[in-house]
Design a protein around this ligand. Structure first.
Ligand code: UDP
Length: 321
């Protein structure tokens, strides 16, 4: 990836607001001490959480609620997870997969970085320029405004006359015309605002843990470039409102609820059985991939296609090898 863009070092940190008080996220020793009004050591915090988790143990921690309570105990769960999760997913957290929450670290140290990765950064200019650079290769043509579902590509895939691998990155259920039923997806509405303050919230991401605040978080873009002095008296913010993705909406998040799982394995089995079509990205794999995971999975997919004997044979034949 570094062939197409430089990265500048950026370590994501976030905060959350609960009942008028701001706490650091992900939940770490500072969050715990601030919430309980104490000054606990890592060991003391571990014991406190263990006791709280033991007194409200409900199940195997295979779902979001039970996993979260096992890791942070009920009081922290109720403060920081319950309301936010209700707004974000509008679903009983017992029906959501534990993986949705276990992507967030819980730390008994004062390390408040959102991610554990050794190398962290953002593309030096922006994601769009980076993707434009990748796409500017002479072998790449882009057709915009072409609906895959109305294109002749589909017929060519069906009669196997295409002779090139197709990578489909739209929603998995839509590819199969929802034959096994719809998978659950969430989308976001973004409310952008130009505010007459140079610094609106002092950080890039402020979550809202409480259910009575209708949005889940406020993003303030200037804080993604802390190394840039921006000499303007205004700032751009964006509030995120989560809702169910309906026909015509752009889906962002696969819900992967208990109801989705059977359907999903049916769709995955169908996808596997197709010879010329590969499924990529969050929507095509129906996995809650972060950007770095989406990139890694795209690179793995390309390797898989390149190693697939049938495509190597076609490429060799066309090249007269
Ligand atoms: N979450 C929460 N409270 C928070 C942040 C996250 O309950 O303040 C839970 C919530 O269920 C959310 C999940 O953790 O859907 C993953 O959060 P993340 O911040 O990774 O979501 P993303 O940035 O992908 O929207």
């Amino acid at each position: 990836m570094t062939g197409f863009t430089d990265f500048f070092p950026y370590e994501h940190r976030a905060f959350t607001r609960h009942r008028g008080v701001t706490y650091p996220l992900p939940i770490n020793l500072q969050t715990i001490n601030q919430f309980f009004g104490m000054s606990l050591s890592p060991e003391q915090a571990r014991k406190l959480i263990e006791n709280q988790a033991a007194s409200s143990r409900t199940g195997s921690a295979g779902n979001l609620r039970d996993r979260a309570i096992a890791e942070i105990g009920e009081p922290l769960y109720e403060a920081f997870i319950e309301g936010y999760t209700a707004k974000k997913w509008q679903m009983d957290p017992k029906r959501l997969p534990a993986s949705t929450i276990s992507r967030l670290p819980v730390r008994l140290t004062f390390d408040s970085r959102y991610f554990n990765d050794v190398h962290q950064g953002l593309p030096a200019s922006d994601y769009a320029s980076w993707l434009q650079r990748i796409a500017s290769h002479p072998f790449i043509d882009i057709s915009l405004g072409t609906d895959f579902f109305r294109s002749s590509l589909r017929t060519h895939i069906a009669d196997r006359s295409l002779n090139v691998p197709v990578v489909y990155t739209g929603p998995l259920d839509k590819y199969f015309d929802f034959e096994l039923g719809q998978l659950g997806w969430r989308t976001l509405d973004f409310e952008f605002q130009r505010v007459a303050q140079p610094d609106f919230q002092g950080t890039a991401v402020m979550n809202e843990a409480d259910i009575d605040v209708p949005y889940t978080r406020t993003i303030e873009f200037r804080h993604f470039r802390p190394d840039h002095e921006v000499p303007v008296a205004e700032s751009i913010i964006d509030r995120e409102f989560s809702r169910s993705a309906e026909q015509g909406d752009e889906p962002y998040y696969p819900i992967n609820s208990a109801d989705d799982r059977d359907r999903l394995s049916g769709y995955r089995a169908r996808a596997e059985s197709l010879q010329d079509v590969y499924f990529g990205g969050r929507l095509g794999t129906c996995k809650y991939l972060d950007m770095h995971m989406a990139i890694a999975s795209a690179l793995t997919l390309v390797e898989r296609i390149a190693n697939d004997r049938s495509w190597v044979a076609v490429a060799n034949e066309e090249a007269g090898v």
